[in-house]
Design a protein around this ligand. Structure first.
Ligand code: G3P
Length: 217
């Protein structure tokens, strides 16, 4: 399973990328706004910090304008993936991006039928929003299972990118449901390393080791 960071915090992306565990990055207009920075500059810096795909989202709502924006974003770096909202106009644009060899991430997916349409127009990634579905009283993980079944039934190679991840449990469940990737906020990513029993066990081992008076080096 590929692990992406859902962030525009370049320093934090660099820090976590140094672990070798960051396979890519996703951004969205809200994260760009939170950064307070110029979008093109931030995307260029992220693309230098990670080798993998970096999603940059169009702001237009009409397909021709989306195409113009997406082509510009794709020109920033070879690893840019153009993120497009799952609307009728967005899917028209996605189909054209696919024809031009530009990678796409179709975002704001909340139903399996939407995901089917995205695969049919050749989306590289589909982003089902798990946490927002949970917030809405549904079980977001059901959507991952449904999309996995549909894509496997027909051999679609669109990758399922579990998004709107809020917890390590979401990451585990998305992996068990067969999501190809999960995009994870940095604070959740950091929590993936941790377990209280790991900390407790290590503390005890270090105390016992100190009692031996030994040194390995
Ligand atoms: O980048 C899209 C998605 O991951 C947003 O997550 O937490 O704003 O629902 P969230």
């Amino acid at each position: 399973m590929q692990l992406f960071l859902d962030s525009t915090d370049v320093a934090q992306i660099r820090d976590l990328a140094a672990t070798g565990l960051v396979d890519g990055v996703t951004t969205n207009p809200s994260l760009i706004a939170k950064s307070g920075r110029n979008m093109l500059e931030v995307i260029a810096e992220i693309c230098e910090a990670v080798e993998g795909p970096v999603s940059a989202e169009v702001a237009a709502t009409e397909s021709q304008q989306m195409l113009a924006e997406g082509r510009k974003l794709a020109g920033v770096a070879p690893n840019v993936v153009v993120k497009v909202p799952l609307t009728r106009e967005g899917l028209v644009a996605t189909r054209q991006f696919t024809a031009e060899g530009i990678q796409t991430n179709v975002t704001l997916c909340f139903s399996a039928s939407q995901a089917l349409l995205a695969a049919k127009v050749g989306a590289t990634y589909i982003s089902p929003f798990i946490g927002r579905l949970d917030d809405h009283g549904a079980d977001g993980m059901d959507l991952i299972h449904e999309i996995r079944a549909i894509y496997d039934n027909y051999g679609f190679d669109t990758e399922i990118l579990a998004a709107s991840i809020r917890s390590p449990t979401h990451v585990r469940d998305a992996a068990m449901a067969g999501a190809d990737c999960a995009t994870i906020p940095p604070e959740v990513f950091l929590s993936l390393f941790k377990h209280p029993l790991t900390e407790k066990g290590l503390d005890q081992f270090l105390k016992d080791w100190a009692k031996t008076g030994q040194s390995i080096l």
